[in-house]
Design a binder for this molecule. Structure first.
Ligand code: PMP
Length: 440
């Protein structure tokens, strides 16, 4: 027996002990049922989304039609819409699905220009730039804004696209405790006092990055307090409004409007079109100088094919509906509805004894499960009863902080919500995840 056999013997033994046993545990739900061979525990291939918007979508597996409590379709625009759809179809005929060109090489249609003007106006900044993907907006823009010699101070629970953008920028990165302005101030004070390590010169630039609504926590950013700290130390602010733009605020203008922050106090506003607007892509809104700089330097603008014209048209139309520029008050109704639906659903879950994270008005509500083996059991039982929920596990959350994440839409009717609550309540008892005392 040579050294190779010796090595293999130990590797195999190690693998069995360290890898196989725990994995076998994770492959069973808390009722001891296998999950690897049971597609009924997870979302399957979707055949189609129904016209009744967020309420139902069709799966190929045994459960054919489900109430969808997992989509980011906050305002119900991810469905045929009387105002948006005819315009999107017209833009498809006029411009086709793709420009097959970058913005600077003939891919700049009138629609792209119109959308950038409209987004800037909507969020209250002088200018905007749009990209084909929300994820890329963060991961490509952050490196175009800051680099070596700069410092990024990032909330500890910021989205992966922000983390990747920060890492790719070459700037130094410090993380502050989630949504904690006091800790942000401590980090800033320490960093400004110490300057750049080794050369002991001040940072060229400091950028603080937060989110409007945290997508795994359902929590609103403490933006007024964070802005106050940033102003005090004269550093730049970057707010990712992926989940808040269009979904909260009296006229859908996101976390600034809801919390009474003047948009001029935020240097860079980022958002995506994949949630409230039912489309695809992302934007940055900022001063004319910053947007001009990005248009001339950001590789994702210069080298990538421009946003698909029908996707652009979808956002233009959705914003018009939100602002009432379609001649109806559907936008205002949708905004009032999502607030009412979210607050109703959250308070009913709490009354039943679920531990629900997040703030009032937020349409994102994670239900804590804490036990990875309960995740497939919860998901499977909900799907069996025709309710689709998204479950979030490691590495998106720490291993023991796994959760089911409910996303509420303006297009959920009261019957939908009551049905969802009934099923989640029953499954919650079955799986044993009502950790808090039940209200009388
Ligand atoms: N930022 C945040 C906070 C997100 O949650 C997401 C994705 N859900 C993104 C950016 C990326 O957006 P998109 O899915 O539109 O690419």
């Amino acid at each position: 027996e040579g050294p190779e056999d010796f090595y293999q013997f130990y590797v195999r033994r190690f693998a069995r002990r360290i890898l196989v046993r725990p994995v076998a545990g994770v492959l069973q739900d808390c009722f001891g049922r296998p999950i690897a061979s049971a597609p009924d525990a997870w979302f399957d291939v979707v055949e189609r989304y129904s016209n009744d918007s967020n309420k139902t979508f069709h799966r190929t597996a045994r459960t054919s039609k489900c109430l969808n409590l997992g989509s980011y379709n906050y305002l119900g625009f991810s469905a045929a819409d009387e105002y948006c759809t005819p315009r999107v179809l017209h833009s498809l005929k006029k411009y086709s699905a793709s420009t097959c060109s970058a913005r600077v090489d003939g891919g700049n249609t009138k629609l792209h220009v119109e959308l950038e003007e409209q987004v800037a106006r909507f969020v209250g900044k002088p200018a905007a730039i749009v990209f084909g993907m929300g994820y890329v907006t963060n991961s490509a823009i952050i490196p175009a804004l800051i680099g070596k010699g700069g410092l990024i101070i990032s909330d500890s629970l910021n989205h992966n696209s922000i983390v990747n953008g920060a890492r790719g920028s070459g700037a130094s990165i410090q993380v502050f405790q989630h949504n904690n302005p006091k800790h942000l101030e401590d980090v800033l004070r320490e960093q400004i006092a110490s300057g750049r390590p080794r050369i002991n010169r001040p940072w060229k630039k400091i950028l603080v990055i937060v989110e409007g609504i945290y997508s795994m926590e359902g929590e609103l950013c403490k933006l007024p307090e964070i802005i106050a700290v940033c102003k005090k130390y004269k550093v730049y602010t970057y707010v990712d409004e992926a989940h808040s733009i269009g979904a909260i605020g009296k006229t859908g203008r996101g976390v600034c409007e809801l919390l009474g922050v003047d948009p001029t106090d935020v240097d860079i506003m980022m958002g995506t079109f994949t949630k409230s607007f039912g489309s695809y892509g992302g934007y940055i809104a900022a001063s004319k100088e910053i947007i001009c700089h990005l248009k001339h330097t950001c590789p994702a603008h210069i080298y990538a094919t421009s946003m698909s014209p029908p996707a652009v048209q979808q956002v233009i139309s959705a914003i018009k509906v939100i602002l009432g520029e379609d001649g109806s008050n559907r936008g205002a109704k949708k905004l009032a509805q999502i607030r009412e639906n979210s607050n109703f659903f959250r308070s009913e879950l709490q009354k039943m004894g679920f531990e629900v994270l997040g703030d009032n008005d937020s349409p994102v509500m994670p239900i804590m499960l804490y036990n990875p083996a309960k995740i497939p059991a919860f998901s499977r039982e909900c799907l069996r009863q025709h309710v689709a929920v998204v479950v979030v596990v490691f590495p998106a959350t720490p291993l023991l902080l796994c959760r089911a994440r409910i996303c509420i839409s303006a297009s959920h009717s009261r019957e939908d919500l009551v049905k969802g609550l009934e099923v989640i309540g029953k499954v919650g008892d079955l799986v044993g995840i009502k950790y808090l005392p039940v209200e009388a």
